[in-house]
Design a protein around this ligand. Structure first.
Ligand SMILES: [Zn+2]
Ligand SMILES: [Zn+2]
Length: 241
């Protein structure tokens, strides 16, 4: 039986519905998690971006292209990028992805990240390794998968960049960053990462992957561990910020 017919049967048995608004999705878009209307509601970030943390800086105070936060504080990564605002549809998608075990959403979210890479021609092709930011062992047990790993694996596949997993490690369990304020987050994450084989990243250019960049404390700390191990440049790409 041709694939199209099989798919039509599957669609009859399990009609595809939009993840967000639950309306029926028909036709060629049936394999997408979102209907066209919800897809259009995604809040895509647009340039200019802070040259350090990647936050949108349109109309905001900047010096040398840096946002007010980056003028005060030094992140260990060289540069971070995010394609979408962490609100509305994206926030809901990430919630389903992480807490409702919808691992299948990973490829759709990775595609959104690839759209952003393409749109702004991010120079990620020169990276030696894609590295997912690891979860603490306790969190991994609870969630059963690392959302950053799922995104990183899909991106590595599409970008033909080598995935380096299980080298950057969380060496201690930390409290959930979501429950802490800005200052506490920096303290909570300090010293949380270590490299299993530091030699592997020596002089390498690394692209760190996570789902969201909030304060940037986690990404900065992970980048710091990589730099301590001798990594050359460390970039960070997240779906949202
Ligand atoms: Zn919808
Ligand atoms: Zn910034």
């Amino acid at each position: 039986m041709p694939g199209g017919i099989i798919q039509a049967f599957i669609d009859i048995l399990y009609p595809p519905y939009c993840l967000i608004c639950h309306t029926r999705i028909r036709g060629a878009k049936a394999r997408e998690p979102l209907c066209v209307k919800c897809r259009e509601k995604i809040n895509t970030l647009t340039a200019p971006f802070c040259v350090k943390c990647g936050r949108g800086v349109a109309g905001a105070y900047t010096r040398e292209g840096k946002c007010a936060l980056c003028l005060k504080q030094n992140f260990n990564f060289d540069r971070a990028w995010a394609g979408y605002a962490y609100d509305g549809v994206i926030k809901e998608m990430l919630h389903y992805f992480k807490y409702n075990h919808k691992v299948s959403l990973g490829s759709a979210l990775a595609r959104l990240m690839l759209d952003f890479i393409g749109e702004y021609r991010l120079p990620v092709g020169s990276c030696d390794y894609i590295v997912p930011i690891p979860l603490s062992p306790a969190r991994l047990r609870e969630r059963e998968f690392n959302q950053a790993y799922v995104l990183a694996a899909a991106l590595s596949n599409h970008l033909k960049l080598k995935l380096l997993d299980n080298n950057l490690k969380r060496v201690r369990n930390t409290k959930s960053q979501a429950d802490l304020d800005r200052i506490a987050r920096w303290k909570n994450i300090q010293g949380a990462f270590k490299l299993k084989s530091p030699n592997l990243v020596k002089d390498k250019t690394i692209l760190l992957i996570d789902d969201v960049l909030t304060t940037g404390a986690t990404a900065s700390e992970a980048a710091g561990a990589l730099k301590n191990a001798g990594a050359g440049s460390v970039y960070v790409l997240t779906l949202a910020n």
